[in-house]
Ligand binder design. Sequence first.
Ligand SMILES: [Zn+2]
Length: 159
Amino acid sequence: MDIAKRYSIAYKGLKNGHHEFDFKVDDEFFAAMESTDIKGGDCDVHVTMERSETMLELGFAIEGYAVCECDRCLEDCKVPIEYDGELLVKFSAEVRDYDGEVMWISPADGEVSLTQYIYESIVLALPYSRVHNEGECDPDMLARFTVISEEEQSDEVEE
Ligand SMILES: [Zn+2]
């Protein structure tokens, strides 16, 4: 399924009021977004929506994990993701640029794609340091780095 369609809400046929949606973010999602930091993952995205004539008030709760390269051993590690956020989607014939809080769409669209918002939210939720828990790094990789740094040191001594 088209990644933009998979994470979209077709609000046109919905009544004004409260609605809820659940999406699943997986490896395919991150591959489609061509993410450089995130190799894969698995997150549940729960969306609440208050629909009115002029806008959609969306609330997001994202929970799961992303797979990143460990800063210490360079092997894949699972980084926990937890994100809560809000987004206003306003209907306007004159569509303006998304400013991080308000997204503008033409009322003729009939649906809103959340793909980019979900992706950016997960990237924001990534911790600065992405490492395995203590003791979970790949020991072979760590040993290789240690050997390299020892060789570098001995080279320096010879010079
Ligand atoms: Zn590691």
